[in-house]
Design a protein around this ligand. Structure first.
Ligand SMILES: [Zn+2]
Length: 316
């Protein structure tokens, strides 16, 4: 039996066919057209699925389920995208529309929730039951897994840990509020913090690193810090504190077995993860007296969204 996973993003829509173990048989992508009427987008997605089925040499009858991970507020029970600001969809009955083209059981979920589930079924989270997955990318995405199941809140509108407040009146967030965790812990925020430090420290190695890479990125401060640059190390350590501030709050509320870190910044690997682990272990409630919470790097990387969408089907 095979599954189709669809990962809908602001820039592209990725699709893949896998077996029940998450082995990818075929994958491809199409460009996301924001402001496109949803019927057109769904038609394009169905077209991608048909192309992939042909490539893998299978038919609709071989497909046990289709899963879709979508950014925004997703009503997984009703199969409706309540609101997605990245692709500008509101109240879109995507499952009903999709099944006009490919009539197999279709499940949808918030993309970060899917990625979390994907890690639990196919990745680092295998064998654990309680986990919190955080993606540090353009924004801060979160997926909360309790007893092996995604916690979504009413109509899928919950589990937006990126928008918990860490500073009253702080930096402005994309959601309109100020001081959200995301406005300090996302890659976008790290770039802003790096830029500010560069302005203050014209002597810093960060200038050379940014020039070599053609821009200031989420990697700039990390590269310079590893090379011993003091100002860069200051940026990294401060960023670690911002990320940890949210992680510690989540540990204090949920006390999961593991914290899974994904998204672009997680590619900094052990250097970054160990710093987070130290903060979480030191400052979570009860310190070392309470159960140890492991901080781990997510493992599915570029296929996280796709495999997460497949995991939605597998878990059904
Ligand atoms: Zn916010």
């Amino acid at each position: 039996m095979y599954y189709i996973g669809i990962d809908i993003g602001g820039m592209s829509i990725k699709g893949g066919i896998t077996d029940e173990n998450g082995n990818i048989l075929a994958k491809g992508s199409i460009v996301t057209k924001p402001y496109n009427p949803y019927r057109e987008t769904v038609k394009d997605i169905a077209g991608l699925c048909k192309k992939l089925m042909a490539e893998a040499g299978i038919t609709e009858a071989d497909i046990k389920g289709v899963g879709m991970g979508i950014p925004g507020t997703i009503n997984s029970q009703k199969g409706v995208i309540t609101y997605s600001n990245n692709i500008h969809f509101e109240n879109v009955p995507i499952v009903k529309e999709f099944r006009k083209y490919i009539d197999v059981p279709t499940y949808i979920g918030n993309d970060a929730n899917c990625a979390a589930l994907g890690e639990m079924v196919f990745g680092t989270g295998k064998g654990y039951k309680d986990a919190i997955f955080i993606t540090l990318g353009t924004g801060v995405g979160s997926g909360i897994i309790i007893d092996g199941k995604i916690f979504e809140g009413k109509d899928g509108a919950g589990a937006e840990a990126g928008h918990m407040g860490i500073r009253i009146g702080g930096d402005k967030c994309t959601c309109g509020k100020r001081g959200c965790w995301e406005s300090y812990a996302s890659a976008t925020a790290l770039i802003r913090q790096t830029q500010r430090a560069m302005n203050r420290h014209p002597e810093s190695l960060m200038h050379k690193v940014a020039a070599e890479h053609g821009k200031v990125s989420g990697r700039t401060a990390f590269i310079a810090a590893r090379a011993g640059d003091k100002a860069a190390l200051g940026v990294v350590n401060r960023y670690v504190k911002y990320v940890s501030e949210g992680l510690i709050s989540l540990v204090n509320i949920f006390r999961p077995e593991i914290l899974l870190i994904g998204g672009g910044i997680s590619n900094e690997g052990d250097y970054f993860i160990k710093k987070l682990q130290r903060q979480v272990s030191l400052y979570s409630y009860g310190g070392r007296r309470n159960p140890y919470v492991k901080v781990l790097k997510a493992s599915l990387l570029n296929d996280a969204g796709l495999l997460g969408a497949v995991a939605l089907c597998v878990r059904h």
